[in-house]
Ligand binder design. Sequence first.
Ligand code: NAD
Length: 282
Amino acid sequence: MTANLLDGKKIASEIRENVARRAEELKARGVVPGLAVILVGEDPASKVYVGQKEKACREAGFKSDLLRLPESTTQEELLSVIGRLNADPSVHGILVQLPLPSRIDPEAVIAAIDPAKDVDGFHPVNVGHLVSGVPGMVPCTPLGIVRMLESYRIPLAGKHAVIVGRSSIVGKPLAHLLLARDCTVTVCHSRTQDLAYFTRQADVLVAAAGRPKLITADMVKPGAVVVDVGINRLESGLAGDVDFEAVREVAGWITPVPGGVGPLTIAMLLENTLAAATRSLQ
Ligand code: NAD
């Protein structure tokens, strides 16, 4: 049996069309959704991500401002830019592209963003809302994963979800989103002993470790839903964390890399920005 493909690109493009329609309606009420993206330094991968986000904003009819700050920017300078954007009513979303230069404390920077404009969902107030099950801004990648599973009507309640990776960007927020959908959740990480013991129990297996081909076919339960979050830049091109060709012969559903989770992440950034713009009217 070859697994069915979870086509993130297709789902994301449907969401983006819907966002563009709702942005038009908002414009008729006098509000143009605005996203400010701050890029500090010259990290090549960050430049690619920021470019994709800007393009998506333009296509959805948003106002998008890219603030390119030099590598030498101090924390104080960055905080002052954020303060200005917090106070600007035409900016509904603020995104600081990570990683930041090592001199700058990312926690202090994230905490300076107005939680209502924190479209990445990384501010401690939004993290608290997610953990408590209160509506708030949710990080785009885990939100996109759940949206993709729901779009394909993958049953989640009562299923065992195993997440490989415990970062604040993917693994931890995803664990809360899946708990809220009544999954039994196991979170594995670099210190987990016998990773395969856990992954083989997964009805839904999410790989978010940043390790190419970490998940091999013998680690997957037949028929499982496999979501590959990894983006690894190899000489041969982009690769996920899952040995795609072998695992697709075992799994029931699988995401490709590229064209799986990545497009959903950008679609959720647009949704979060649109939601912030809509709330600014209330
Ligand atoms: P991270 O480095 O912050 O976290 C990686 C996690 O994986 C850690 O918790 C670590 O303990 C765990 N891990 C590492 N090696 C492991 C191993 N051998 N066994 C078990 N666990 C292991 O990374 P991140 O920011 O969470 O990103 C993870 C991957 O997802 C990266 O490849 C990143 O590029 C990708 N990513 C993709 C998107 C997207 O939109 N598709 C978004 C964010 C991150």
